[in-house]
Each structure stands twice: as C-alpha cells, then as structure tokens.
Design a protein. Structure first.
Ligand SMILES: [Zn+2]
Lengths: 138, 393
C-alpha cells in the first residue's frame, strides 16, 4: 500500500554517511577502533572508548537483543498512520552498541525485552533502505 | 569519593517564591509569564528589582541568551547572570549556582526562574497538536530516530518504564497509584490544571499514548512560570517572610546517554541524591515531603528508588502502600505536580517545596510538621539530574 505521506528519510551527516551507504547494500556497518578493538554508535570521528582517530567500518553480525521497546498508539507523524500501533525498540547488538529500530513481522503484543533479534532491511516506501530487526531463534 | 561542599549547608535561603497563571494562558508569551512569576516572587519576599543583582534562568526551548531577554524586561543590570541548558534539571541547578555565586561574592540576591508556553505552542493548529513538540524541528534528531517513527519524550521515558517492568515486575497498577495520588492532591489546589477525580477505571480505560504509557501517565502541556529568590541566610533573617534554608544540593548527568548501560532504570537521581544528602548531612528517612520531577508516572517510581526511599525494584510496592498521599509516610507532589497541577519543567516543584516548609497551607493541603523537603529536577535528553534539599527556617 502506497504511503500518502512519505516516511522521514534519514539525513546522513559526513560522519554517518558510510553507515547509510552500507545499509543500502543490506550491510550493517559499524565503526571499529583499530587501537582498542571496540565498536561504537552513533558514528563520530574518534573512538568513544579510547578517543583514537584510527578506525574502520566493519560489517557486524546483525544479531542482538531487545533491551527495551515501546508501542506507539498515538500518531506523531502522518507517515506512520497506517502502521499504528507500531514498535520502536532499542536493540543491543552483540558487538556492544545499541541502536533504535523497528521490529518487523511480530505482533506488538508478543514483543518482550531480551528477545533475540537479527537485522533485516526495508525500504518501506521511503526510497531509501533502513535497518530493521526481526525476532529470531537463540 | 568526592566530598561535596558541606560548608555551603544552610548558607543561603529562598526568601521569595511565586508563580504565574498556570495551564491554558493563550496570548501570553513565556517571557511575560516569567515576568508574572518574578513579580509575585519579589512581592512575596518584600523586595524590589533594585534589590536583585543576580539572574539565572533557563531559556524556553527556542531562546538565545534568555537571561538577557528577561533582564531587559526587568530593567536589571546584573552582577551575575546566565541561562542554563540542562533541560528540566536546570531550575534546581539555577538555585545551586545562585548559592555558589553568592558564596563567591559575585551576587547577593539572585532571581531564578523559568517560564514556558507549552500549551499554547502545541495547540496553535491541528498539525501542532499532532506533532506535540515544544522545541523547533531544527533541535530534533535528523537520523537514527525519526525514520523509525521515534518521536517525543513519552517514548524515551516509556523505554525506561518497560525495562523496569521487565526487570522488577513493576506494573501499570503501580503507575496508576502515582497518577491518582497526585490528582487527589491537585483537587485540593485551586490553581491546578486537572482537578477531576481520577479512578482506576479512568486510568485503565484511557487511550494508550506510547505504551506502557497511557494518557494519565503523561504530564500536562502547560503555559506557566515560576520564580524564586535566593539570598544569604544572614540577609534572609532581615526580610519579612519566613526563610527556607537551602540545606543541600546535588547534580549528576549521565552524559553517556539514556540508552547506555542501565541509565534508564538506575538514573542520575542516585548520584545527585547522594551528593545532596552529603551536603545536607541527612538520610532519606529524615525527609518529610518530596516534590519529584514527574514528567511521567514512572519517573516518580524510579526516583523514589534512586533517592533511597525504598530499595531498587521496590518502587511499585512503596507507592502502593499509599506513602505518596497527603497523610502518607512520604507525601509527594502535594500541589498535584506536573501530572495534575501544571508542567513548568520542575520550577513549580521548588515553589511548592518552599510553601510546604513555610507551613502556609490550610490543613487539608499541608504536610504536617514539614521540616525537610527534597525537590528533584530531571531533563535534557533524560540524563541530567539535580536535587535540592530545603529546610524550614
Ligand atoms: Zn578505541
């Protein structure tokens, strides 16, 4: 079903551009520190663990758990009207960083904290792919 | 461990407190609401603008150099003035900074306040109502949020509520008791915005907003302002009203973020409270009333735990005991709070703490023998916290 109002398109910054480029190729990339080996998110120039400027973008497992989630019943933006009620979750990736996303494919009543999830990618009528997650087996 | 400055204990006092009209005040800017509150605080203290030499404000959500705009309207050249940027934690921080400025000899008498036009701003049009934003678009995230339909402070706090429910078995019944207790207090407050009795049926039948929060878990959209005047305890003794001593204060900001670690279920209220208790030299058991930053019901529950009024995870049982009600063991948000009186980002909680310690209310609204009040502020992107411990003078 076509969206009458398009969903917001993320406005990438210079720092986050590689993340979004990766998502368009269905890859979840995070910055990885060459000095201390940690990952971080959201993107920024220096490592959030040791402030090293030496980092590279690495594809990560896309596996994690739901740290917490909420269910939108109230409309805040007309583009989400036909999605109501919809879930927004904080996903804690195996590599450490947490990111916000939607949980697709499971009724909202069945979502629980700590359920395992894996990344999926969707366009959702937006003309640009965004990372989403679905409940998966342990 | 870092020791807070015990030498600041009871060195300064609040000598005036006031508020503007509250609730729906269309056609009045946040600056003019602030001026109304400031005029009432001055009148309460028996002071004139020329007696004020310090000004600490927090801008409404779109102002640049807010203290300059207020100072211009007051006709005030200040020895010390600034506007703070810690969201709902700013108002108590203003009082703390006022104490520090006075002790440093940079000012003698400081006006602290905040005003906002959040009801008017979110009710100017149907689109404004849907968006329900008090800040301009440019201040909101442009990625990693809106593309997933993530908008607004309700969801940010609902994440914390959900995780707390998951870890500790907290329920919406617990949240309902907070909403009902504060509503019951608001019924005794003629200036409160919501004065209709709230039953459990009303709470559970209300529409969900961002679950686990329903309508009555969320604070009000309000126009309004509050202001207080801080001076040295020595000066306060020479003024007309009964002073309320600033026994201690604290601050803590989990700048790593609300989503990091367990910050949403073990909040910065813990460290902020520890600092304030140390400065005040008191334990939680010595607090007679609390005025907590109640942007959402859950935030009351988690702060009760973080401030040590009960153990971590025991907030639900604590509130269900009836502790928070006038006549209970820890009367809380006795004006109705931001859930039922008006939401002015914590400013009115300071005003209410002062009034309770002056013992100025009729018996049905007065915390009996109130000597110590704890007031909290919370905000920014949910991670800034400040604490004020007040003592009857
Ligand atoms: Zn590093």
């Amino acid at each position: 079903m076509a969206h009458l109002v398009p969903k917001p398109v993320p406005r990438a910054s210079a720092e986050s551009r590689p993340f979004w480029d990766g998502v368009q190729e269905r890859k979840l990339l995070l910055q990885h520190c060459r000095s201390c080996g940690n990952y971080w998110f959201p993107p920024s120039a220096l490592c959030r663990h040791c402030l090293s400027p030496q980092s590279d973008w690495r594809e990560v497992s896309g596996r994690g758990r739901i740290y917490s989630f909420v269910v939108y019943h109230r409309l805040y933006h007309p583009a989400f009207e036909q999605d109501l009620p919809y879930v927004v979750a904080i996903v804690a990736l195996q590599e450490g960083p947490r990111l916000l996303s939607n949980i697709a494919g499971t009724p909202w009543q069945e979502i629980r904290c700590d359920l395992p999830v894996r990344v999926a990618f969707g366009d959702d009528g937006r003309g640009m792919m965004v990372p989403q997650f679905s409940i998966c087996d342990e | 461990m870092i020791e807070s400055a015990r030498t600041l204990r009871n060195r300064c006092a609040i000598v005036g407190a006031g508020n503007s009209r509250l609730g729906q005040v269309p056609g009045v800017s946040s600056l003019d609401l602030f001026m109304e509150a400031a005029a009432h605080a001055l009148e309460d203290a028996g002071l004139r603008v020329r007696d004020i030499d310090g000004l600490i404000t927090r801008g409404p959500d779109d102002a640049y150099c807010h203290h300059q705009q207020i100072g211009e309207r007051l006709g005030l050249n200040a020895r010390f003035s600034t506007s703070l940027d810690n969201g709902g934690a700013s108002q108590i921080l203003a009082v703390a900074v006022a104490v520090m400025a006075i002790e440093a000899g940079l000012a003698t008498t400081v006006l602290c306040g905040y005003g906002r036009d959040a009801w008017s701003r979110t009710h100017t049009s149907a689109a404004a109502r849907v968006k329900n934003q008090t800040r301009p678009d440019s201040q909101h995230d442009q990625e990693f949020g809106p593309e997933f339909g993530y908008f607004g402070a309700v969801a940010a706090h609902a994440f914390g509520a959900r995780r707390h429910m998951h870890e500790f078995g907290t329920t919406r019944e617990d949240f309902a008791e907070i909403a009902m207790a504060f509503r019951e207090h608001a019924i005794r407050n003629p200036q409160a915005q919501s004065r209709k009795p709230l039953s459990p049926e009303d709470y559970f039948n209300a529409r969900l907003i961002v679950s686990p929060f329903g309508l009555y878990d969320c604070s009000l959209r309000s126009d309004g302002a509050g202001a207080v005047i801080v001076t040295s305890t020595e000066r306060a003794r020479g003024l007309r009203p009964r002073p309320v001593l600033i026994r201690g204060f604290g601050s803590h900001n989990n700048l790593t973020g609300w989503f990091a670690n367990d910050n949403m279920i073990r909040t910065a209220a813990f460290e902020s409270g520890q600092a304030a208790y140390r400065m005040a030299g008191i334990a939680p058991s010595e607090v007679d009333t609390v005025q907590l930053y109640d942007c959402f019901t859950y935030m009351v529950l988690v702060q009760l735990e973080d401030y040590g009024f009960c153990g971590k995870g025991e907030g639900g049982a604590f509130v269900r005991s009836g502790a928070l009600r006038l006549g209970g063991t820890l009367p809380a948000n006795t004006s109705g709070g931001q859930l039922a009186e008006a939401h002015v980002e914590g400013m009115l909680q300071i005003v209410e703490g002062v009034r309770q310690l002056r013992g100025c209310y009729a018996p049905e609204r007065q915390v009996s023998n109130a000597e110590i009040a704890l007031v909290s502020g919370h905000g920014g992107n949910q991670v800034c916290h400040s604490t004020l411990i007040l003592q009857a003078g």
